[in-house]
Design a binder for this molecule. Structure first.
Ligand code: NAD
Length: 260
């Protein structure tokens, strides 16, 4: 379905971003991967994905806190792959603490990676999409773009901001063949939430698996984690012709979290 299209996916060296990369590649889409990781993983991932799906896969290590590196990432994508048709903003970090104890450097870092980086990628990518009259922008927000939880001031602020940015970009690109939506996942078992599972397990005096079940029981009525494969398929759907009129929409995929 996506043969001839190319996607830039920030934060795609693990977790949700990697799940989306796999799903897009399976549809024939070329990929620019981005994110941190061990040198051998960063070398192996593009090679394996390319071999598995017969698509072009490149990697750029831009740090999403640095606007100049983000500009270079977009330029590199177009130079390497020939176009930038799909942009998935997925890079993200987390830190939990009450507001009065929230470290200022963590606040700044979370706002930079989880919010401002998406402004910069969109700012630089849109002209390429407008030039071709087609584009898909998918911002990986969170249930925390729609509702709040304690101890997540920076994360909730950034994700609500990202949903706002999604709506503005959707309005500004309406009718141009470009859509901009936000995916709002609930608990998804990735490295990002392992510290929260470990903290819950420790507080309850239980093992890690029981800690995970306790997190789910508190917020996610299905009591099942969202999978990275399910998120990948939702991204594929948003790139399909069937989704052409879906724009400016935050889409929860959260086992019922935000229905409560
Ligand atoms: P993850 O830790 O597996 O992935 C995060 C990715 O972002 C990695 O590739 C990492 O290298 C990259 N990254 C972090 N800082 C970066 C920086 N400065 N520059 C470039 N890349 C950077 O976690 P994940 O759960 O897959 O998170 C992906 C996105 O999904 C995040 O935006 C997160 O907020 C969001 N999300 C996660 C959950 C969940 O339950 N896991 C729920 C809702 C939303």
């Amino acid at each position: 379905m996506l043969k001839g299209k190319n996607a830039l996916i920030t934060g795609s060296t693990s977790g949700i971003g990697l799940g989306i990369a796999r799903a897009l590649a399976a549809e024939g889409c070329g990929l620019m991967l981005n994110g941190f990781g061990q040198a051998d993983t960063l070398e192996r991932l593009p090679r394996d994905l390319a071999a598995q799906h017969g698509v072009r896969v490149a990697y750029h290590g831009a740090d999403m806190t640095r606007p100049a590196e983000i500009a270079a990432l977009v330029d590199h994508t177009v130079a390497q792959l020939g176009s930038l048709d799909i942009l998935v903003n997925c890079a993200g970090i987390q830190h939990t603490a009450p507001v009065e104890a929230f470290p200022i450097e963590k606040w700044d870092a979370i706002l930079a990676v989880n919010l401002s980086s998406s402004f910069h990628t969109i700012h630089h990518s849109l002209p390429h999409m407008q030039g071709r009259g087609w584009g898909r922008i998918i911002n990986i927000a969170s249930v925390h773009g729609l509702v709040a939880s304690v101890n997540k001031a920076a994360y909730v602020t950034a994700k609500h901001g990202l949903v706002g940015l999604t709506k503005v970009v959707a309005l500004e690109t309406a009718g141009q063949g470009i859509t901009c939506n936000a995916i709002c996942p609930g608990w998804t078992r990735t490295e990002l939430i392992e510290p929260q599972i470990a903290a819950r397990a420790k507080a309850l005096g239980v093992d890690i698996e029981e800690g995970g079940r306790a997190l789910l029981a508190e917020k996610q009525p299905s009591r099942q984690f969202v999978s990275t494969e399910q998120l990948g398929q939702l991204a594929v759907f948003l790139c399909s012709a069937a989704a052409e009129q879906i724009t400016g929409t935050p889409i929860p995929i959260d086992g019922g979290w935000t229905a409560q």
